[in-house]
Design a protein around this ligand. Sequence first.
Ligand code: G1P
Length: 303
Amino acid sequence: MTQSHIGLSKAVIPAAGLGTRFLPATKATPKEMLPVVDKPAIQYVVEEAVGAGLSDVLMITGRNKRPLEDHFDRNYELEEALSRKGDTERLGRVQESSDLATMHYVRQGDPRGLGHAVLCAAPHVGDEPFAVLLGDDLIDPRDPLLSRMVDIREREGGSVVALMEVDPAQVHLYGCAAVETTADSDVVRVTGLVEKPDPADAPSNYAVIGRYVLDPAVFGILRETPPGRGGEIQLTDALQRLAADESVGGPVHGVVFKGRRYDTGDRADYLRAIVRLACEREDLGPEFRTWLRRYVTEEMQSL
Ligand code: G1P
């Protein structure tokens, strides 16, 4: 169900990464276009933004990302061919992605990190709060996260990050938050943030997963943020500044997510995401599950 939120209508999706973990598949195809069952990963993310009432979507792209623009545009030749054949079902699926949202694109130029990618959105976003969705994280639409984050921004002002408790050994893969509890069991106050800490220095096991609702004050901070971890301008570092001084852009809160999240950023997780989502599909699931059960049984016997 689509919800509308006064004052929040824009989503920014950074999609300029090179996708080196998936080479050679990503040599000539953007990683965001890799299929998760039968839809490109990026379409799930745009659908999530639209589902939370954010139908103005700005994608931060780079070289070799043209297929992203084509995917969310009309394809008259294909539509013509399908309607001539009377294949309305497939025609509907082709049109779905072009009718989804109002899409905008800006190129990042030099890939100088996530913070820099978000800064490229400043002219489009202007002085409004906005959401950032990272394409490697897929959030199951049955477990709404973004709408809850938007609600918290509307109630508390400032910025809101999505957090998930992870195994302490995994914290070095994420931005990590120091937190205080609030009256809401799923909301914490973020008092500090550190990008990809060594486990010994991690302030908690609350990891930032790729959803943010940001106050536009973040742009001013990003302009002054020097390169951090990995020599890149880190969004986490700018958020740390916001968390440390509420007078700049309001408080930073975290919504603690306990739902289903699929990480398509690395190969093994990507495979797991496909298997899980395929099992749950009404059309493919029953047959696929039967096959999977048999396959797993055979595998166990051969051990
Ligand atoms: C980025 C952020 C990190 C965050 C992560 C979530 O890292 O820099 O803070 O925890 O996304 O997926 P990346 O995974 O792009 O290295």
